[in-house]
Design a binder for this molecule. Structure first.
Ligand SMILES: [Zn+2]
Length: 92
């Protein structure tokens, strides 16, 4: 990525931006790439996979649930769930 034709000032600016991004990614709880990071610890990955399964299962059940339909109608949010299925989606 080192191009000598790029003026020094632009390279310096780009470096400053990269520095800022790197600092931001070091901020705990902020990194948006963390979920996809292969370095994520196995327990966290397992939790994430389990959560995904729970959400999918709850959404499947919600399709045939009149309470979920009522909740969606009431809030106008097409992904809304009734309290029972919401609890299921959260693994409660
Ligand atoms: Zn429901």
């Amino acid at each position: 990525m080192d191009d000598d034709r790029v003026p020094q000032s632009r390279r310096a600016r780009k470096h400053a931006v990269n520095e800022g991004v790197r600092r931001l990614l070091d901020t705990p709880g902020w990194n948006p790439y963390l979920r996809a990071a292969p370095g994520l610890d196995p327990a966290a990955r397992a939790r994430e996979a389990l959560r995904q399964v729970l959400v999918e299962r709850a959404e499947d059940a919600a399709k045939a649930c009149p309470d979920c339909a009522a909740a969606r109608h009431g809030s106008g949010d097409p992904s809304d769930l009734c309290p029972k299925h919401l609890a299921e989606a959260m693994g409660l």
